[in-house]
Design a protein around this ligand. Structure first.
Ligand code: GLC
Length: 703
């Protein structure tokens, strides 16, 4: 018999009570899983463990490799690197006795202030889809299930459990749904619905998007899991196509909170009510008994969940699961490689790379802490981590002076908003506490006496809250200005969870965007600063002043009367800046290498664009060849250009190579609510270059 027959047989043998126990979570007796199913001992169905998250495994009380922010992975523009990362994280999940990794997060970066942008991939659906599919493919290649999240239009943290994203179908189809479709096409085992509503209906009740688009239209055959405490109703969810409620049990209302019962607890904005659980327990049984939910729907739910368990080898197919591997040298090296490949060299007047003998001042309030990630369910605690000061002191041959300059920035985390929930990592674990108290004078003096001053700055973002500004928190801008005034060879390394404003950029010699670099923070910074690694990153999101982004009206973000109106439509990110003809601070796709590149002839061949790229420098370098499609005249307003494909390439000094960039159909057509996907007549122009605003060659493309 094949697996499906076995599962059908199993379903027919399960009692009603056993079936219900397979569609809502329970408390993990081992206490490590984020979500847990006890299984059915009578029929040899073992427990099933689900664990966060996109930056590494967050098994309660356990350590694991802390990979960089997902934005860094996306900034590499390298789906095969993402696949390697997905595979490594999944093997660590197996090593920690977990079966499902609740990753990747692929929501489009619509709002630069969104507190979870660090966990997401891009403002562009092709980049988000390709990198997300790489992560999914890597995770699933080990026999661990991936869970793509949060389906769909979860683009802000403000009022995330109630806000309704008011978004038209064309925009959903062209921008917000494609990264999830790419994950389904990559074979993702499960999909997590978002907390929010879309056009008035909670995603967990959304029959059109869950049952209609995801399952019927795209043919998704895995299971759909709620976000935690994110099921709106029993009947609505079951009939819409939800298959599994997580965590399925309410926080213990007596011991869950030292202040006593949670019943009176005022749940902060953006935090789900943790007493709202068990909807797929007794209430689902009652709904089946009274006929509002067909019994066959419960069997389908169980079949899908058992199908997921089977794909992980838990129902006997032991050959599907790769061995676990935790904190191996290969994983540590990979975490560093993702960090360097994701680091974006935004500006460089030639001060970088540093020479071995350069005398360096390392300045910043957090130079003694690794920036592991943002706050919330993605927080991963590594076995080891390097700080910026460690990294440079370990690499430099010249003198190194360290000065914090200003007081530390207060970090925020979702767990700070939930006084009764344990969780989160403590970046201070690695802090060198015998430094003198920070003083601006010390920082200025260190800068004056060094050849080069390197200032490390950071923001702080978390799940559950959006940023209220794109400015660096605290007095970091002042610190940079003071150091730049003391030394014209000042380099700034920004560790942020998304776009930040850089009023000092004209006063410094170089700027690097390192995102949240994870455990390899210091080592990756040193490798890039000294040129041991070429900064491989290109911006997956546009950087610009806050007021220049498209959703600046309150009705758009955070919304009014419970509704966030996506009035900008498809014009998000570079699509918006093109239409507004506004120059961003740094455009989508921007990033320098230490090498320089010439783009030679380009031709269309077999539906792809072939271009010759030459490294004209005397050192090797990373390039990301990008192809944008400009549509012909169209009856609808289309973006001036759309990313259709990209190809990362590493070239030795003087090397030239023909690079083939395949073009994603998504960029070649638009969605018409009446006629579906529609191609415009007439030739499209494909432009090839280094960013959305640095295009070198153009060719006509007629499909
Ligand atoms: C959180 C997040 C989700 C996470 C889940 C379990 O609320 O939205 O990304 O996987 O709950 O921690």
């Amino acid at each position: 018999m094949d697996a499906a027959d076995d599962i059908d047989t199993l379903v027919s043998e399960l009692t009603r009570k056993e079936k219900l126990a397979l569609v809502h979570g329970a408390v993990d007796p081992e206490g490590t899983a984020t979500g847990y199913l006890p299984g059915v001992d009578r029929l040899d169905v073992p427990p099933f463990r689900l664990v966060d998250g996109p930056l590494g495994v967050r098994a309660e009380g356990e350590r694991a490799t802390a990979f960089p922010a997902s934005l860094a992975t996306a900034a590499s523009f390298d789906p095969s690197l993402a696949r390697e990362q997905g595979r490594a994280m999944a093997r660590e999940a197996t090593a920690l006795d977990q079966d499902v990794l609740l990753a990747p997060g692929v929501n489009i970066v619509r709002i630069p202030h969104c507190g979870r942008n660090f966990e997401y991939l891009s403002e562009d659906p092709v980049l988000a889809g390709d990198v997300g599919a790489g992560l999914v493919s890597g995770i699933e290649s080990t026999g661990v299930l991936a869970t793509v999240k949060h389906f769909v239009a979860n683009n802000q943290e403000s009022a995330r459990t109630s806000v309704s994203a008011e978004v038209d179908e064309r925009t959903l189809r062209e921008l917000y749904l494609p990264p999830f479709r790419a994950a389904v096409e990559a074979g993702v085992g499960s999909v997590m619905t978002a907390y929010n509503r879309v056009n008035g209906t909670y995603m967990s009740d959304h029959a059109t998007l869950v049952g209609g688009v995801l399952k019927d239209e795209w043919g998704f055959d895995g299971y759909v899991v709620s976000d935690w405490y994110g099921l709106a109703t029993t009947v609505g969810a079951a009939t819409a196509g939800l298959d599994l409620e997580m965590p399925g049990v309410a926080l213990d209302t007596e011991t869950g909170n030292e202040e006593g019962s949670l019943d009176e607890f005022e749940w902060p904005d953006g935090i789900p009510d943790a007493t709202h659980a068990g909807l797929f327990a007794g209430p689902l049984g009652e709904a089946i008994d009274d006929g509002t939910v067909p019994a066959e729907r419960l069997d389908d739910m169980v079949r899908r969940v058992l199908g997921g368990m089977d794909r992980t080898g838990l129902l006997g197919r032991s050959d599907v699961r790769a061995d676990g591997a935790l904190d191996t040298p290969a994983h540590r090296a990979l975490a560093e490689r993702v960090a360097t490949r994701g680091t974006v060299l935004l500006d460089n007047d030639g001060v970088l790379p540093l020479t071995d003998e350069t005398a360096v001042a390392v300045i910043g309030p957090h130079v003694d802490e690794p920036k592991l990630g943002g706050g919330g369910s993605s927080e991963t605690t590594p076995f080891a981590a390097t700080t910026p000061a460690d990294g440079i002191e370990g690499r430099a041959e010249g003198t190194v002076t360290v000065a914090r300059g200003i007081p530390e920035i207060e970090s925020v985390s979702l767990f700070d908003l939930l006084p009764f929930v344990e969780g989160g990592h403590d970046e201070r674990e690695w802090t060198d506490d015998d430094r003198p108290d920070p003083s601006l004078d010390d920082a200025v003096e260190a800068a004056e006496t060094a050849d080069v001053a390197v200032v490390f700055v950071r923001d702080t973002t978390t799940e559950g809250q959006d940023r209220d500004s794109l400015a660096l928190p605290g007095r970091q801008d002042d610190l940079i200005e003071a150091v730049a005034a003391a030394n014209e060879r000042t380099v700034v390394v920004v560790r942020s969870g998304g776009p930040v404003e850089m009023p000092w950029r004209g006063d410094v010699a170089a700027v690097l965007e390192a995102w949240y670099p994870g455990q390899a923070d210091g080592d990756a910074a040193a490798a890039v600063l000294y040129g041991d690694a070429d900064p491989g990153g290109r911006l997956p999101v546009t950087f610009a002043p806050a007021e220049d982004y498209p959703a600046t009206e309150e009705r758009q973000f955070p919304g009014v009367d419970g509704k966030a109106h996506y009035d900008e439509g498809v014009f998000v990110g570079y699509r918006h800046f093109d239409r507004a003809d506004t120059d961003p601070t740094y455009p989508f796709g921007h990033g320098h290498s230490y090498a320089t590149f010439e783009y030679l002839d380009a031709t269309v061949r077999d539906g792809a664009v072939e271009v010759t790229v030459e490294n004209t420098a005397s050192r090797p370098g990373h390039e990301v060849v990008q192809a944008y499609v400009r549509p012909p005249e169209s009856p609808v307003e289309r973006p001036r250009q759309e990313l259709a494909g990209f190809e990362p390439v590493e070239l030795d000094a003087g090397e030239s190579r023909s690079v083939s960039v395949s073009l994603d159909e998504l960029a070649l057509s638009y969605f018409d609510p009446d006629d579906g996907w529609t191609d415009d007549d007439g030739p499209h122009t494909v432009e090839i270059g280094r960013s959305a605003r640095d295009l070198r060659l153009a060719v006509e493309y007629s499909g």
